[in-house]
Design a binder for this molecule. Structure first.
Ligand code: ACO
Length: 325
């Protein structure tokens, strides 16, 4: 088989919808001032979902996985690789992927592991799964992006807590003679690790350092647009494609202004962007598979369409992937 191809997508969102107005009033009760206008004009976000205290990232991941398995019309036991991109694992170990395998009732001994590349995680995971399908005996991979990012938020820090949400998306990637993933590129530069981080760690039974997400927003914005532009051009060139060959671009849903600024630099009309940030907020590694699932299910992405995915995240990590649907 020459390709790995997406044959089913799925997603799951917690039922608890938090609108900007809800967040504004919750923050006001703590004496923190913000507004729907500030949040929407800076980020495009109108609402996000927050998981309840009982739900763990693996619960969201499993719900998205069932939805993708059903779309692909395959049984869980047919999966022979599980890759979960997450920054908010249930536990330090075992991996969330192993917990997903158990919760799905898969007993075939397939490989399962997590990828931690923050908002770049889903493209990293899809690229690794593609490579394993093409290089090994793996035929069917379950690739998930799942996050409970709300647990990393400091609700005293209005510059970050308004931007993120929880959710999960999944794809089934199968070995295929028909073109699927056409090419990808992954990058990282740890010299920028300070601009977006949760620096705390666990040692001796205590959290050492700061347990919350901290971000230099303007620095992230500036770096993101340049990185997304260059890696998208790199992947298009590698695949022998022009930007005009892509019917859809599914970006990491950090911020509508980053998404549109990058599209403009790439010469891509903004109406070719699949955007869900307004209703999901930034769900980190879950954002691309959530947006992909929406665009497959509502009929925007059709068989044969060329689709460009790109993402940048803390680390910093960044990547792009070109595929045929
Ligand atoms: N409500 C009201 N005012 C606020 C809020 C808020 N929620 N948060 C910050 N402000 C204030 C600041 O205190 C500041 O006030 P001051 O000028 O009196 O000091 C003012 O708004 C402007 O702050 P800036 O940080 O300069 O605002 P900016 O226009 O740059 O927008 C933002 C901030 C939205 C974070 C922007 O920098 C951005 O989009 N950065 C990209 C970051 C991003 O999207 N990160 C997502 C995670 S990274 C990823 O997924 C790749």
């Amino acid at each position: 088989m020459s390709f790995a191809r997406i044959v089913g997508t799925g997603s799951f969102l917690p039922s608890n919808v938090i609108s900007n107005a809800d967040l504004v009033s919750q923050l006001a009760s703590r004496g923190i001032e913000t507004s729907d206008d500030w949040i929407y004009s800076r980020s495009g976000i109108q609402s996000r979902r927050f998981a309840d205290r009982q739900s763990q990232t693996s619960d969201l991941a499993v719900a998205a996985a069932f939805s993708a398995l059903s779309a692909a019309a395959i049984e869980a036991d047919a999966v022979d690789l599980i890759v979960v991109a997450t920054t908010t694992p249930d536990a330090i170990f075992p991996s969330t992927a192993c917990l997903v395998q158990r919760k799905l009732g898969i007993r075939n001994g397939c490989a399962a592991f997590d990828i931690q590349a923050v908002c770049g995680g889903f493209i990293y995971a899809l690229t690794v799964a593609d490579a394993l399908i093409r290089a090994t005996s793996v035929r069917t991979a379950l690739v998930i992006g799942a996050e409970t990012f709300s647990r990393l938020l400091d609700f005293e820090d209005r510059s970050t807590c308004v931007l993120f949400g929880d959710g999960a998306g999944a794809v089934i990637l199968s070995a295929s003679e028909e073109p699927g993933i056409l090419g990808a590129a992954l990058h990282a530069d740890g010299h920028h690790s300070d601009i977006l981080k949760v620096s705390g760690s666990i040692a001796g039974g205590a959290v050492l350092g700061d347990p919350f997400l901290r971000m230099d927003g303007p620095a992230v914005f500036k770096l993101a647009v340049g990185a997304l532009q260059s890696v998208s051009e790199e992947v298009a060139a590698k695949c022998g494609l022009a930007m005009s060959d892509f019917t859809w671009v599914v970006p990491h849903q950090a911020n509508i202004r980053i998404m549109e600024a990058t599209a403009r630099k790439l010469g891509i009309p903004v109406d070719r962007l699949v955007a869900t940030v307004h209703e999901h907020g930034n769900t980190s590694a879950a954002s691309i598979p959530l947006a992909l699932d929406q665009a497959y299910r509502d009929g925007r992405i059709c068989r044969g369409d060329r689709v460009l995915l790109h993402a940048v995240g803390a680390g910093v990590t960044w990547g792009a992937l070109a595929m045929q649907a």
